[in-house]
Design a binder for this molecule. Structure first.
Ligand code: CP
Length: 317
């Protein structure tokens, strides 16, 4: 594996290798080995054309914990605002000797373009591109599910038969798409829940059951995992967005729905959250919530991805 661009083309075996390597990284950090020498002498560039909190800081923490040098590049305040192209930016990174480029971009396909262009020799990691994919988010989600559901016995395991319901703004969600392909590869039973206007064209051809009623989905799917998605109003035409109160009433994980979940059901959200809209404060802060575990696990998963791509010590396909 030279690049990590999506989960659609990630095999089950490669996914499990990344998740098990992330277990090694988490174990090493628990043993107070905060810094590993694996990427000493390598340079990782965080190339962010869109805002981020969790993904950017956790890739930075991951690269530093592997002893890599890290350069943070934000399009705001760079020569991108003077019209510099992705090609010229990439060639600048090549000239400074980047070994790995972590890219977030508003255009779907930008990481793929960078990886296949020949402009750069570095390994490319997709940190979220348009509405296309966010592969490390789905991997950290799967890692969190494995750890919560198979506590102490997660290594080597997939998610065979685990029922997962993903709720909300599927249309604009790269997290939903990356989870769709990864969770299918890992054998989970997946359902999406959304109002018709927040389902993308073509969703009915995807390998996923689709519901419009959250209450029906919770009753019929009996999920072990409920993942709430952020309403991405910044990407949305007003005509497609239901009124906020109507949305919260019909598709929000409110206190009553939280109380009705199965005893062991976990509540996930990739963040950032719109509290009171897709998720109530009580649900976000409850013991079922894995929101902060997801953030912490993101560092281990991104350490694993950087290590497997850049160390040259283990290769997958
Ligand atoms: N989950 C996620 O991608 O969060 P950020 O936008 O803060 O990186």
């Amino acid at each position: 594996m030279r690049h990590l661009l999506d989960t659609r083309t990630l095999s089950r075996d490669d996914a499990i290798l990344i998740l098990d390597t992330a277990e090694d990284m988490a174990d090493a950090q628990q043993r107070e080995m905060k810094k590993l020498p694996a990427l000493r002498g390598k340079t990782v560039v965080n190339l962010f054309y869109e805002d981020s909190t969790r993904t950017r800081i956790s890739f930075e923490a991951a690269a530093k914990r592997l002893s890599a040098d890290v350069i943070n590049f934000s399009a705001k305040g760079s020569s991108v605002s003077k019209g510099e192209s992705l090609k010229d930016t990439a060639q600048t990174l090549q000239a400074i000797g980047a070994d790995g480029v972590v890219i977030r971009h508003p255009a779907s396909g930008a990481p793929d373009r960078l990886a296949r262009s020949g402009w750069i020799d570095a390994g490319v990691l997709n940190a979220g591109d348009g509405t296309h994919e966010h592969p490390t988010q789905a991997l950290l989600d799967a890692f969190t599910m494995r750890r919560r559901l198979f506590a102490g016995d997660s290594r080597g395991r997939d998610l065979d038969g685990v029922s997962v319901v993903i709720v909300g703004d599927i249309a604009h969600s790269r997290v939903a798409r990356s989870n769709l392909w990864l969770l299918n590869a890992l054998g989970a039973h997946l359902a999406f829940v959304a109002p018709e206007t927040l389902l993308p064209y073509g969703a009915r051809d995807w390998p996923v059951r689709i519901h419009h009623s959250l209450d029906d989905a919770l009753r019929e799917e009996r999920p072990e995992v409920v993942m709430m998605l952020r309403i991405q109003s910044e990407r949305m035409h007003a005509a497609f967005f239901p009124n906020e109160r109507e949305y919260a009433r019909n598709w929000g994980l409110d206190d009553a729905r939280l109380a009705g979940l199965g005893e062991e059901t976990i509540v996930m959200h990739p963040g950032p959250m719109n509290r009171g809209l897709e998720i109530s404060a009580r649900a976000a802060d409850s013991e079922r919530s894995t929101v902060l575990e997801q953030v912490a696990n993101g560092v281990s998963v991104r350490m694993a991805a950087l290590y497997l791509l850049l160390s040259g010590e283990r290769s997958t396909s």
